[in-house]
Write a protein that binds this ligand. Structure first.
Ligand SMILES: NC(=O)c1ccc[n+]([C@@H]2O[C@H](COP(=O)([O-])OP(=O)(O)OC[C@H]3O[C@@H](n4cnc5c(N)ncnc54)[C@H](O)[C@@H]3O)[C@@H](O)[C@H]2O)c1
Length: 310
């Protein structure tokens, strides 16, 4: 009997619990949901397990407040963190979340020394760098989720503008996860046709702007939280690509060592995900303008890394 895969999701908040939902519904793996709040991961896991007979998925789902049950996970998705509180600066949040992600990573690697780590906690690129440093893992086993979400947002807006199926639309977004991200219209297509041939420049520019502002738009509507359906599914797509050895090209935050002229930083670029995690970093030729935008975005990540001193 082949062994079922195992995914640990740390943080049983909106993103973590919804990731557990997607994983279970896809029957991708058994799930362990971990949170510091007592009862929440257990309660959400029990609730999700009770959905299984209705939808017909056969996976084990367990909630926990410690890491023993996470032993030998194949993939760990880290969504733990706190949102910014009144009076808290961005730097305060950066430091608090880096402590959380660092401590979570130490526990994770103790029990699952061979896992792949997918970081979702914000600020994404810096938190992925924290997990990478703390884990001591090779760079192919630590990656951050942002580009899939950002390009899914762009795909959603493009499909709406073109009045076509979302399945026909691909989009390409590079850079750090934040307002300096770099949507690339000339690599974005509808049924293989570059969107630059299908939509006027002003409309494309507006879509790129809305994409870069995509997270804030949802925060503005929700008021008490941030997006979680698409972010959680994006993280699960990465786990699925690895566990099924799909060799899928996806934009992910990965550790660059000279690629795109960027060194020792996690920044979003297209990579190939398969059974060895990040199997290849794909370098495409950028125009001078695109390269400048990417370097500006990487510079924003570097600022955070400097503050953290890692
Ligand atoms: N990368 C992206 O594109 C993206 C998209 C959406 C959200 N996010 C980020 O993902 C994170 C989670 O978002 P959310 O909406 O689920 O937030 P949330 O507040 O709903 O959930 C966070 C959970 O983390 C838990 N937690 C805090 N410290 C912990 C610790 N030390 N160990 C275990 N659990 C701990 C909290 O108890 C809470 O349940 C945030 O940092 C958010 O900014 C990133």
């Amino acid at each position: 009997m082949p062994k079922r895969n195992k995914i640990t999701v740390v943080g049983a908040g909106n993103v973590g619990a919804t990731a557990a939902h997607w994983i279970a519904a896809k029957e991708l793996a058994d799930v362990v949901l971990v949170d510091i709040v007592e009862g929440v991961p257990q309660g959400k896991s029990l609730d999700l397990a009770q959905a299984a007979p209705i939808d017909g998925f056969d996976v084990h789902i367990k909630g926990a407040n410690s890491y023993e049950d996470t032993k030998d996970s194949d993939v760990v998705i880290i969504t733990a963190g706190i949102p910014r509180k009144p009076g808290m600066s961005r730097d305060d949040l950066l430091k608090t979340n880096s402590e959380i992600v660092g401590n979570v990573t130490s526990e994770v690697v103790k029990y699952s020394p061979n896992c792949f780590i997918i970081v979702v906690s914000n600020p994404l690129d810096a938190m992925t760098q924290v997990a990478f440093k703390r884990s001591g893992f090779p760079k192919n086993r630590v990656m951050g989720m942002a580009g899939i979400l950002d390009s899914a947002r762009m795909r959603c807006f493009l499909a709406e503008a073109l009045n076509v199926s979302v399945e026909n639309v691909t989009a390409f977004v590079l850079g750090g996860h934040g307002d300096t991200m770099v949507p690339l219209p000339r690599f974005s297509t509808c049924a293989g046709i570059p969107i630059t041939e299908l939509l006027p420049k002003e409309q494309i520019d507006a879509i790129c702007k809305r994409t870069a502002n995509g997270g804030a738009e949802i925060v503005g509507l929700l008021k008490t939280g941030s997006a979680y359906y698409a972010p959680s599914l994006a993280a699960v797509e990465m786990a699925e690509a690895i566990l099924k050895d799909k060799k899928k090209i996806l934009p992910c935050a990965v550790y660059l060592e000279g690629e795109y002229g960027i060194n020792k930083l996690f920044v979003g670029v297209p990579v190939k995900l398969g059974k060895d995690g990040v199997e290849q970093i794909i370098e495409i030729h950028l125009t001078a303008e695109e390269r400048t935008a990417l370097h500006k975005s990487a510079g924003a990540v570097e600022e955070l890394i400097k503050i953290l001193g890692i």
